[in-house]
Design a binder for this molecule. Structure first.
Ligand SMILES: [Mn+2]
Length: 424
């Protein structure tokens, strides 16, 4: 089975307030309050941070600690790329949101020829570059780096020196720039942005789903609108969840809380619907800051949202296995010269799904092994079925035409066989 891998990035180099690098552990500790050892089940990859840089004076006013951020981008992008290529699902837990630039780079590096759609759940637009930033904090710039924005022409800030080439490095990470396009970007919960960001959004018709639209309910429909209408032509999706998308009152423990944000319930439901999409290749949660919090209430509020989100991703993986099984059946039919009317489709990002284990109750000796789709020896379940099938098939196939009726008729047969196997 395709496994979720946590990638932990304890960095807050991109934030303006201290403490976000502790957010991952705040979330993990919050899980204990729910009486669960939830995090114990995950495999973890740690991306080493460069937090020692926090104790050095940031010398570049318009891109603070950019050298450290470049290192993190690099490591994170490689980690994300590797996990995807190994057939795992990377869930990134990060300190501040600058890391998302590295995450997107990693997704794009894993799928250089695919269109990446980004769902940015955040109060902020994070579209600044060193040329427009009011703060110099890179956690306001990850989308700009992914979109390849920012240049000297029309610059608001007098950017000079090595900030310029360093920003170019961030933009061009992995040798691909831009990694995403504005038409494949959707903001959810956006409500705090600067003039330059607003101009960019309007000029490029970036999709924005405001808090009001989420508040209306009908979150299934809303999720469909986002994934199918707005991002329907994307091959791969990435969801970035900055917890400040929630209302400031609910998340005091975050660097830049903003009023009039999302509620817990609607966020959970919407996330669940969004994460069901089969094209989803990566999910990130970021910007928990326990130093700004009271008794870890923020992380405690976020944990159930996170858990639901991960459950959805895990369920999706099971569904994928079912699709793979169906495909295997279809292949068998084709090999036997039968007509197959519908071939189930595995979408990009799902291709490495391994074969499902047959049900436990079977009695045959040899243990079934997980195999990749390409190498496809018969599992016992299928063997048994196919051993019995011909009897039925002959009668059905010879008397009837070779139309879809045949397929419809065969369905109950399969079910019966399943039952008999289980009884054994
Ligand atoms: Mn953000």
């Amino acid at each position: 089975m395709k496994v979720i891998k946590l990638i932990e990035v304890r960095s807050e180099l991109g934030a303006g307030t201290r403490g976000a690098s502790l957010g991952i552990d705040a979330l993990k500790l919050a899980s204990l309050d729910y009486g669960s050892y939830y995090f114990g089940k995950f495999k973890v990859k740690e991306v080493r941070d460069s937090s020692h840089l926090l104790y050095k004076n940031p010398i570049r006013a318009y891109a603070k600690r950019i050298r450290g951020v470049i290192k993190i981008f690099n490591k994170l992008a490689n980690a994300v790329q590797n996990e995807i290529k190994e057939g795992r699902f990377p869930v990134v837990l990060s300190g501040d949101h600058s890391s998302a630039g590295g995450t997107i780079a990693g997704v794009k590096m894993a799928y250089p020829d695919k269109k990446i759609g980004v769902i940015w759940i955040d109060a902020h637009a994070d579209l600044h570059s060193p040329y427009t930033t009011p703060s110099g904090n890179i956690h306001g710039m990850p989308l700009a780096s992914a979109l390849g924005l920012g240049s000297k022409s029309g610059s608001k800030n007098p950017v000079t020196g090595d900030t310029i080439p360093y920003w170019e490095i961030l933009k061009n990470l992995g040798g691909i720039c831009p990694k995403i396009t504005p038409d494949n970007l959707v903001f959810v919960g956006l409500r705090d942005f600067e003039k330059e960001e607003k101009e960019y959004i309007e000029k490029n018709n970036v999709h924005v789903v405001k808090v009001n639209e989420v508040r209306k309910g009908k979150l299934k429909e809303l999720a469909k609108k986002i994934t199918q209408r707005y991002l329907g032509n994307c091959d791969i999706l990435y969801v970035s969840f900055d917890i400040d998308a929630l209302d400031a009152k609910l998340v005091p423990g975050t660097g830049t809380p903003v009023k009039h944000g999302l509620q817990v319930n609607e966020t959970t439901k919407l996330l669940k619907e969004l994460l069901k999409d089969e094209r989803l290749a990566c999910f990130e949660v970021t910007e928990i800051n326990p130093l700004l919090d009271k008794e870890n209430q923020t992380a405690e509020r976020i944990f159930p949202i996170f858990r639901e989100a991960i459950n959805t991703i895990e369920k999706r993986k099971k569904k994928q296995k079912k699709v793979v099984k169906k495909i295997e059946k279809a292949v068998k039919k084709v090999i036997k010269g039968k007509k197959v009317t519908k071939i189930p489709r595995v979408k990009p990002g799902l291709k490495k799904v391994s074969k499902a284990k047959p049900s436990k109750k079977k009695t045959t000796k040899a243990k079934p092994r997980k195999k990749k789709l390409s190498a496809k020896p018969k599992s016992k379940l299928i063997r048994k079925k196919s051993a019995r099938k011909p009897l039925r098939k002959k009668t059905v196939a010879k008397t009837k035409g070779r139309k879809s009726k045949k397929l419809i008729k065969r369905k109950p047969v399969k079910r019966k066989i399943k039952r008999t196997i289980k009884k054994k």
